[in-house]
Design a protein around this ligand. Structure first.
Ligand code: ZN
Length: 101
């Protein structure tokens, strides 16, 4: 998620939810404390984009045998998947976890 005011970019969970309804959420930037709106569709798209990005980083970390970094990406993906609930992604992280142990 990216702040509209200062451009600060971080995982959406660092942005406090100020208010929400069925269609949108007001979020607060942890850096400049500006508030901005995101529609729920935009939020889902952002999470799916992030999941794709993290999956690629995870594959790269495994490729370069950086196990510690790979575990961090798996944790991030598992947290993200609580929200996007993608069964394919859950299977994928389970498989990687088994391989890493
Ligand atoms: Zn900001």
């Amino acid at each position: 998620m990216k702040c509209d005011s200062c451009g600060f970019e971080e995982n959406a969970r660092y942005f406090n939810v100020l208010a929400c309804d069925f269609t949108k959420q007001a979020r607060e930037c942890p850096k400049c404390h500006a508030s901005f709106f995101r529609t729920n569709i935009e939020l889902i798209e952002e999470r799916e984009e992030l999941a794709k990005k993290l999956t690629m980083q995870l594959v790269n970390a495994i490729g370069s045998k950086d196990i510690e970094q790979a575990r961090k990406y798996i944790d991030e993906l598992d947290l993200l998947n609580i929200q996007i609930n993608n069964p394919e992604l859950a299977k994928f992280t389970e498989l990687i976890k088994k391989r890493l142990t």
